[in-house]
Design a protein around this ligand. Structure first.
Ligand code: NIG
Ligand code: FE
Length: 416
C-alpha cells in the first residue's frame, strides 16, 4: 500500500512465530507458534505493530477470523498449457503414471501443448489460475519451467514466467526445472550437457533463483542430480529436486551432499534417510495433492517432523499429477493423510515455504517489519482442514492492500 495505514481489529486468532527473526520453524518451534486474539497495524505495506490503530486509513473488522501470513506455494509448475484430464481418467482405472508417460502422455504431452500454444494463451491460463490461488490465500508462488524440453522451449518457459510476474499481484519466483524428462533424440547424459550449455542463457535472464531436476526411472538418475547440484552451486542458484516420488532411489543423501535447498515429494523416502534430512539445512517439501490423486505412497510426515525436518507443504500445481491450486485444500489433505496439527500445517505453507524460496527475511510470518501479505480466514484455524474442500478465505491482502475480497466479506472493510 502506498503511504497508507490499515488496522485489523478484533481477530479471534493471529498466528505468531515463537520469536521474531526466526528464518524457519523446526522441532519444538512448530508447536510453540501462538494463536492469540487481537489486532495489527500495517503502514506503507509493512506490518508496523501487533495492535490495532484506531486512526488507520482502512479498518478491517476481523471478528471471528484467523489472521495468518499470506500463504506461500513454493512448488508449482506454472505456467503450462492446457490440461490432461484424459490421463486422470486412465489413472483412476489403474494405469500407472510410468505407462501413461511411456505412451506419449505425461510431461511430453504437456510439452507438445506448450509448444503449440501462443504466449498469450499460456499467460491467460496461468493468470486465471493465479487469480484462483489468490482467492485461496496464496500471495507468493514459485514458477517452474520443465515443459520446454528443448533449449528454446525451456528459455521460452522461463520468459513466460517473467511475463506472468508482471501480470499478477502475487510475488512469483522462477525455477529452471531444466531436467524434467529426457527430450526425444537425447540420452540423459547428452541432455545434461545441453543443460550445462544453456545455463549462461538461463542466468542472463536474471530472474531464475533455483534449478530443479526430476529423479526417477522415467527421467534422470542420482548421477544427474549430483551434476545439477554442482551446476547450481557454480551459478549461485539454489537446488530443488523431485525425488522419491514413485520409487526409492536413495536420492536424499545425494541431494544433501550437494547442498540442496529442498527435496520434494518423498513419498518413497528410505527410512534411513529421514534422520539426516531432519538434521539438515534442507526442506522436506511434501505434495499431498500428487500423492492423493496419483494414489502414490504416503510421505512419512510425522517421522520427518520427529526428526526435526523443515517441513513444507505445496500444491505441486501441474496438469498431470496434481491439478490442485488451493493451499487450504492441501492443508486439508495433509492434516488427514499425515496427521498434522493446524500449527504444523500452517508453518509448512508460510515461514518454512518462504525459507525454501529464500524469501524468509521479508515474509512468511506476522512480525513487525515484514510485508503485510496476510490472509483473513473466516473461521478459527482448526476448521480449515475439518471443513474439507471449503475455501475459508475471506480476504487476501498483498502489501496491506485487499487483493481479493470474497463477495460476502466486503462489510469488514471501512474507513476509506
Ligand atoms: O511434480 N514428477 C515430476 N513432475 C511433476 C509432474 C509433471 C507432469 O506430470 O506433468 C510432479 O509431479
Ligand atoms: Fe512437481
Amino acid at each position: 500500500m502506498s503511504g497508507g495505514s490499515a488496522s485489523f481489529t478484533n481477530a479471534a486468532q493471529i498466528l505468531r512465530p515463537p520469536a521474531d527473526g526466526l528464518p524457519k520453524l523446526r522441532g519444538p518451534q512448530v508447536p510453540a507458534q501462538s494463536l492469540v486474539p487481537g489486532g495489527l497495524t500495517v503502514r506503507d505495506g509493512l506490518i508496523e505493530a501487533l495492535e490495532p490503530d484506531p486512526a488507520g486509513d482502512l479498518i478491517i473488522d476481523a471478528s471471528g477470523c484467523a489472521l495468518v501470513p499470506g500463504l506461500i506455494d513454493c512448488h508449482t509448475h506454472l505456467p503450462f498449457a492446457g490440461w490432461r484430464a484424459g490421463e486422470y481418467d486412465e489413472k483412476v482405472r489403474g494405469v500407472p503414471y510410468e505407462e501413461i508417460s511411456g505412451s506419449g502422455g505425461g510431461i511430453a504431452a504437456s510439452a507438445r501443448a506448450l509448444r503449440d500454444s501462443p504466449d498469450d494463451a499460456v499467460l491467460a491460463q496461468a493468470a486465471g489460475l493465479a487469480r484462483e490461488m489468490l482467492a485461496a490465500g496464496t500471495t507468493t508462488f514459485e514458477c517452474k519451467s520443465g515443459y520446454g524440453l528443448s533449449r528454446h522451449g525451456e528459455l521460452r518457459a522461463l520468459r513466460l514466467a517473467q511475463q506472468l510476474k508482471r501480470r499478477v499481484p502475487a510475488t512469483t519466483t522462477s525455477t529452471g526445472l531444466l531436467a524434467h524428462a529426457v527430450p526425444e533424440g537425447y540420452s540423459a547424459d547428452g541432455w545434461m550437457d545441453e543443460v550445462e550449455a544453456m545455463l549462461p542463457d538461463v542466468l542472463a535472464l536474471g530472474s531464475v533463483s533455483a534449478l530443479d531436476i526430476f529423479v526417477e526411472s522415467i527421467a534422470f538418475s542420482n548421477t544427474h542430480l549430483r551434476r545439477m547440484g554442482e551446476l547450481a552451486a557454480g551459478a549461485g542458484l539454489a537446488l530443488r529436486c523431485h525425488v522419491e516420488q514413485f520409487a526409492t532411489h536413495r536420492s536424499v543423501p545425494v541431494a544433501l551432499s550437494v547442498g540442496a535447498r529442498s527435496v520434494d515429494h518423498l513419498a518413497r523416502i528410505h527410512p534411513d534417510d529421514i534422520g539426516p534430512l531432519g538434521a539438515a539445512q534442507c526442506a522436506a517439501v511434501l505434495l499431498p495433492g500428487a500423492e492423493f490423486l496419483g494414489a502414490e505412497s504416503r510421505a512419512p510426515a510425522r517421522e520427518l517432523l520427529a526428526a526435526g525436518a523443515i517441513l513444507v507443504l505445496a500444491t505441486d500445481a501441474n496438469p498431470g499429477t496434481s491439478p490442485v491450486f488451493s493451499l487450504p485444500l492441501v492443508i486439508g489433505l495433509a492434516v488427514r493423510l499425515y496427521g498434522l496439527s493446524p500449527r504444523e500445517a500452517l508453518a509448512a505453507v508460510t515461514l518454512n515455504a518462504a525459507w525454501t524460496l529464500g524469501l524468509e527475511s521479508d515474509r512468511g510470518s506476522i512480525e513487525p517489519g515484514k510485508r503485510a501479505d496476510l490472509v483473513l480466514f473466516d473461521t478459527p484455524v482448526d476448521q480449515i482442514a475439518y471443513r474439507f474442500g471449503r475455501n475459508p478465505v475471506a480476504i487476501t491482502f498483498i502489501g496491506g492492500e485487499p487483493a481479493y475480497v470474497r463477495e460476502d466479506q466486503g462489510w469488514r472493510l471501512s474507513g476509506r
